[in-house]
Design a protein around this ligand. Structure first.
Ligand code: GLC
Length: 750
């Protein structure tokens, strides 16, 4: 009885001393002072070294398996005050159970943080992130992550391990599905939108959660597109391409960072002082905390960078890593390292302080159970407006890659043959990182979406084949279905676990016998229009399909309401507006291939692509099948009257570039106008073009609007191996609806 009384008194002391509501502030580039500093100091003065180390430890529950199986007695560790956070625990019951252990069975009752991979939705799953990037709609991306935070926070989740802001130019890499594609400007803008959506404007509200910029850094540049593989890159590429989206997340106030599994130029990210102390803390002024990726501290031994796990523990904390996810390294070795004088206790104090600060910002010391709300869980999960928002996102993310002879939109008076392994799919449609999404029936299939538009009598279904495997026994039924219908719609792609973590492919074609099925249908009905609808987590090699299908719609994995959204596009209720955030190669042999490459000293001349001694292939063109920024509409848009406010600008001037865009077709629709520049000469070579702005505008058929972009010298800054600088000279400039164009205008910066 006395023990319980002591605990209660101590807990009340801790809570009384600290519980006062103050506006939380983000970890953006502001001063280090926060309204919670005194409270954190007071609490830390009560803590033992072991209790402080406990805050730097994170374990995984069994809700979702997101890494190698490691058996841990996390309940025991929590009661010993050896755990500061848990991941993969995501129900009100489970979070309440473990929070009670921490709050009521430890000396100081410090609440746990609960983290989870809420990457593109919690229960209501939105299109995969590469798909969301294709919408180029920052408002919609922010809204989707806001909805994800609403649902996740209702079950006790305080922290999402998102956004993943890794730039990637390699479709072999399975995690290209989780990011915003190949471009640094688009990726940076999208990173900010996610952070704002997840964190909102006040972390003390129970519907806002900590965001986490990951994986710092360079993970998307893994050699050969093989996950976890070695990364080597020059400082120009690191600072001009891979770092900026992370800095953008810091500017947006992201509260946490996560380390990357890879090494960078010989030093594993999880022990990389240059990244975490020099850049993240000193250059960018980041005040939040850094968590490792799953068992990443222990992996320093496999990297050949640490002698053993104890040495790895020392290297990680010294590099500026605050919390250990699933290695047990901090729990097992940090106190010993301090006692041996190998690690300064001040480093542990810094880490503990940052983690406690996050808990204060969330209001967990006012009420450790405030995010655990059974009624809110009932009220919030799968709200109709959330499902509707996911439907709209699915439509906005679908990229119309090809549409010969106005094959699309479909006519409700015609019959269609719906063929392919993903027509009735309700599982893969969520894509990878589907969090707590339901793969057993909640999601709307394309078949169900089509049923919203066509009576069953107008639809002939045949699966035709599986996603994988050599079985072609279903071809005959599919061919017969095609023969009976006016048009053929084939829904094909990858299995959802063919992309995501540890899911790299050396072959980026459609798996199995899917392409053969398209060929068989094409042969059987040579005059019929074929629409290919794709669900996939990476750019695919569609060179064959491009010769077989009359229309191709890239839907990525469109999520819980995906079938509705895709059908809205197929039948014209939503005129497709999405643009590719990543290049689709003609063949894997071209990879890496991306729009903003360098010119080389021997570029292919336009007039003679086969001229000798030029930078080209013997067996394929240099151009991609579908370029970055490409995406068709059911209408057409014409760009004209590009005007510059001046032919010359000074370093303190602002250039205004305008263009008139006219909807010259038969449908109202959105167009994503893109601003590109080309720095013709630099103290290091510069990309042949760079995206520097975009605007999504709505135009009724026949309507014209003027889009206007402002450009300053700062927008033209780059890192030239020694410093960030803006250099005078001639810049080409263009406003287009794709990255596939030749420049026609230029200005001079002097
Ligand atoms: C995984 C992923 C990381 C994720 C973490 C927790 O290994 O690399 O993105 O957030 O573990 O699930």
């Amino acid at each position: 009885m006395n023990k319980m009384l002591n605990k209660t008194i101590l807990f009340l002391l801790v809570i009384t001393v600290f519980s006062c509501k103050t506006e939380s502030n983000s970890s953006a580039k502001t001063s280090n002072d926060t309204p919670f500093d005194a409270k954190v100091d007071s609490l830390m003065n009560l803590m033992t070294l072991q209790e402080k180390i406990g805050q730097t430890v994170m374990y995984s529950g069994s809700g979702t398996i997101t890494g190698p199986t490691v058996n841990t007695n996390f309940r025991t560790y929590i009661k010993e005050a050896n755990v500061g956070a848990m991941l993969n625990v995501y129900s009100t019951k489970a979070t309440r159970d473990l929070q009670k252990l921490a709050v009521e069975e430890t000396r100081l009752g410090i609440p746990l943080l609960f983290g989870y991979d809420v990457i593109h939705g919690f229960k209501t799953i939105f299109p995969i992130n590469l798909g969301l990037a294709a919408s180029w709609d920052l408002e919609d991306i922010e809204k989707g992550s806001r909805i994800a935070a609403e649902e996740a926070s209702a079950v006790g989740i305080h922290w999402t391990f998102a956004p993943m802001v890794d730039i990637s130019r390699d479709p072999r890499w399975g995690r290209i599905s989780e990011g915003a594609g190949e471009d640094v400007y688009l990726g940076s803008e999208i990173a900010k939108a996610y952070v704002k959506g997840f964190q909102g404007d006040d972390l003390s509200k129970t519907n806002t959660i900590l965001a986490c910029a990951k994986h710092f850094v360079g993970y998307g540049a893994a050699q050969a597109g093989r996950d976890y593989h070695t990364v080597n890159m020059g400082m120009d590429e690191l600072r001009n391409v891979y770092l900026p989206p992370f800095e953008a997340a810091v500017d947006a106030g992201v509260e946490t960072f996560m380390t990357a599994f890879n090494e960078l130029n010989g030093v594993p990210a999880t022990a990389n002082k240059f990244l975490y102390r020099d850049i993240l803390r000193d250059e960018w002024g980041f005040n939040g905390f850094v968590v490792t990726d799953y068992t990443a501290i222990n992996e320093l031994v496999e990297h050949g960078f640490a002698e053993n796990e104890k040495h790895a523990t020392e290297l990680a904390i010294k590099a500026g890593i605050d919390q250990d996810m699933m290695s047990s390294a901090n729990r097992l070795y940090l106190e010993e390292l301090v006692n041996e004088g190998k690690v300064d206790e001040a480093l542990i104090n810094d880490a503990c302080r940052r983690i406690l600060l996050a808990k204060f910002k969330l209001g967990l010391f006012d009420d450790p159970y405030r995010y655990i709300d059974e009624q809110r869980e009932k009220d919030v999960i799968y709200k109709p407006e959330f499902l509707e928002a996911a439907r709209k996102s699915a439509a906005m993310c679908s990229v119309l890659l090809k549409n010969n002879d106005k094959t699309l939109p479909l006519d409700k008076n015609q019959t269609i043959a719906l063929i392919g392994p993903l027509v009735k799919d309700k599982e893969n449609i969520l894509g990878n990182w589907g969090a707590a999404g339901d793969r057993t029936g909640k999601a709307i299939s394309v078949y169900e979406g089509v049923q919203e538009y066509l009576a069953d009598s107008k639809v002939a279904f045949a699966k035709g084949c599986e996603i994988e495997g050599d079985d072609t026994s279903g071809f005959t039924k599919a061919i017969n279905a095609a023969k009976t219908a006016d048009k053929v719609v084939m829904v094909m792609g990858e299995d959802y676990d063919m992309s995501g973590e540890a899911a790299s492919r050396t072959n980026i074609k459609l798996p199995g016998k899917q392409t053969d099925l398209i060929k068989a249908i094409r042969k059987a009905v040579p005059k019929k229009q074929i629409v290919l609808v794709l669900m996939n987590g990476r750019p695919l090699d569609l060179s064959e399909e491009d010769t077989l299908a009359d229309a191709i719609l890239e839907t990525w994995f469109p999520g819980t309401s995906g079938g509705y959204g895709v059908a809205d596009v197929l039948f014209g209720a939503y005129n497709p507006s999405a643009k590719l955030p990543v290049t689709f190669p003609r063949t894997l042999g071209q990879v890496p291939i991306y729009y903003n490459m360098k010119n080389t000293g021997r570029p292919i001349p336009d007039h003679d692509p086969h001229e000798d001694y030029k930078s080209h292939y013997l067996d394929a063109p240099n151009t991609p099948l579908y370029p970055f920024g490409h995406g068709l509409s059911y209408t057409t848009f014409e760009y004209s009257d590009v005007e510059l406010s001046s032919e010359t600008i000074g370093f303190s001037d602002t250039l205004t570039a305008t263009a008139t865009i006219t909807n010259t077709g038969d449908y109202d629709g959105y167009e994503i106008a893109q601003l590109y520049v080309h720095d013709k000469v630099g103290s290091i070579t510069r990309p042949v073009k760079e995206l520097k702005g975009f605007q999504k505008i709505f135009l009724k058929k026949g309507e014209s609007k003027t889009v206007s972009f402002k450009l300053t010298a700062k927008d033209l800054e780059f890192y030239n191996l020694e410093e960030f600088r803006v250099e005078p000279g001639e810049f080409e400039i263009a406003i287009k609806g794709t990255s596939d164009f030749d420049f026609e205008h230029s200005f001079t910066l002097e």
